[in-house]
Write a protein that binds this ligand. Structure first.
Ligand SMILES: [Cu+2]
Length: 215
């Protein structure tokens, strides 16, 4: 099955207004960091081929290929972000909550920090707890800097350390099919949940026999 991606032109309009309207921004001085347009994805490689160990919020070691067999919604954030990232994680939660039970129970959600120095597994545990999500299916991951860079490149996520505790970054949710290939992407903040919900419904209806996992 081929998946067509919409290449997002550099400089495409981003959901700037979502920053201004974000209640999490509050009085914090970090509200002015810049969204970075995600890179278009042209590959059909499985992200499960990434040779990396991650740590979950409860201190377990996990590899992405352990997520094989079920769809995975993945996003990259940093824990001290007060503007975009809370909206992005909430967007993932909105998608999760919009799903019928039969589909939701098979969805795995992965939130990877690109700020591993600050976002220790302990801190990611606190971060995840704030969202009151199903810890069996939601994984808040800490990883090694080189692995984070590789994962970001495979997803098309761009990020830049501003050196003051803030990062500029893409606002991107990516749905992986059960074989770890990109099935759908949603760029921006507070976007409608429908494209990813519909993609999950399609994956749910696709007979598993069609899917050939490889390693
Ligand atoms: Cu952010």
């Amino acid at each position: 099955m081929k998946t067509a991606f919409i290449a997002l032109a550099t400089g495409a309009l981003l959901a700037v207004s979502a920053f201004a309207e974000n209640p999490h921004a509050g009085h914090d001085a970090h509200a002015n960091h810049t969204p970075m347009t995600a890179e278009a994805i042209t590959h059909e490689h499985s992200l499960f081929h990434l040779d990396a160990d991650w740590q979950t919020q409860d201190g377990r070691s996990i590899r992405l290929d352990q997520l094989a067999g079920k769809p995975t919604l993945i996003t990259m954030i940093y824990g001290s972000c007060t503007t975009a990232c809370p909206v992005l994680v909430n967007d993932a939660r909105r998608i999760d909550r919009a799903l019928p039970d039969a589909i939701r129970k098979n969805l795995q959600v992965v939130v990877v920090s690109f700020d591993p120095a600050r976002d220790t597994p302990e801190r990611m545990a606190d971060y995840g707890a704030d969202y009151d999500v199903d810890a069996e299916r939601w994984h808040f991951l800490h990883g090694a800097p080189a692995d984070i860079r590789t994962l970001a490149a495979m997803l098309g996520v761009r990020y830049r350390d501003n050196g003051d505790g803030t990062f500029d970054h893409s606002n991107l949710l990516t749905l992986l099919d059960p074989e770890g290939r990109v099935a759908e992407r949603s760029e921006g903040l507070a976007r409608p949940v429908d494209p990813i919900v519909k993609a999950l419904e399609r994956l749910h209806e696709t007979p598993r026999a069609e899917a050939v996992a490889s390693d």
